[in-house]
Design a protein around this ligand. Structure first.
Ligand code: 5GP
Length: 265
């Protein structure tokens, strides 16, 4: 064999090896090994690489508050006539396409002062609907993992609020005729279609006892809408909306009234 092409080939291979080593080193520098839970709760040891997409998780308070039996000052379910009656934010979650997700990516501590100008809006649109304190791992569980895209704490919360206002799920459902009711049941397919028609992407719907509890909208990292369900998550979950029957309710908020307000601890 001619030596010139051999020399060229080995030079190319050397370059490739150096490039691969360099990118592996970068990956190693960026990734840290952590225990991650998949949707079935199984703990897997994985490198925490950068996420693939965002899920904006929106809660339907009337359903969520039914199981929130305990009242405390931070539980918005107990705000009487000021309790939230439309979709509120559960979180902006960075997710992997395989159905798992990273959490607590940096050691940076959550600092309320950084978001002091957003607190009123957050109280209203991102309220806590229970008394249990969220697992924050000393920092912001999801915000720290979003930081390659959303930047600092302030921007993470502002980005989430802006997405919530831009993609108004409550308005889309009302305009399609899906009004809160404690008698009606609505076709799950109709609710999904209303969102698809409005935002050109398929949401994920989560139910509890036949009632809509959470609706997730998904976004590419440039915040363009995308489908929430990937092939991997579909296989994992059996179907895109396995927790919901084919007809679901969108309950009206039942105020906990004076009795429960009085026992606020
Ligand atoms: P739950 O058990 O209420 O569904 O979830 C508990 C917590 O796990 C959520 O508040 C959220 O922090 C996290 N979580 C649940 N599902 C997902 C998901 O699909 N993606 C991400 N990133 N976090 C999730």
């Amino acid at each position: 064999m001619n030596k010139a092409p051999m020399a060229l080939l080995s030079a190319k291979l050397a370059c490739l090896t150096i490039a691969t080593m360099a990118s592996l080193a970068t990956m190693e520098a960026k990734a840290n090994w952590v225990g991650l839970r998949n949707r079935n709760g199984i703990l897997q040891l994985k490198t925490q690489r950068e996420f693939d997409y965002f899920a904006l998780a929106l809660q339907w308070p009337a359903t969520y508050c039914r199981r929130s039996s305990h009242c405390c000052s931070s539980n918005a379910c107990c705000r009487g006539s000021n309790a939230p009656t439309e979709f509120t934010i559960h979180g902006l979650w960075p997710d992997y396409n395989d159905g798992s997700w990273p959490a607590c990516c940096t050691q940076k501590r959550f600092n309320e002062k950084e978001i002091s100008t957003l607190l009123d809006a957050l109280e209203k649109y991102w309220p806590s609907l229970s008394c249990s304190s969220p697992s924050t791992c000393h920092g912001e569980k999801h915000g720290t993992c979003s930081s390659p895209v959303t930047g600092d704490e302030y921007n993470y919360f502002l980005t989430t609020l802006n997405l919530y206002f831009k993609y108004n799920v409550t308005r889309v459902l009302y305009e399609a005729g899906y009004m809160p009711s404690n008698r009606e049941k609505y076709p799950l397919g109709g609710i999904i279609s209303a969102i698809q028609n409005a935002f050109h992407a398929t949401p994920l719907v989560v139910c509890r006892n036949g009632a809509l509890e959470e609706l997730r909208l998904c976004f590419y990292k440039n915040f363009e809408p995308r489908d929430c369900v990937t092939e991997a998550t579909q296989n994992d979950m059996g179907s895109s909306s396995s927790s919901c029957p084919s007809y679901i309710s969108l309950p009206e908020f039942v105020s906990r009234g004076k009795f429960l307000s009085a026992v606020v601890t």
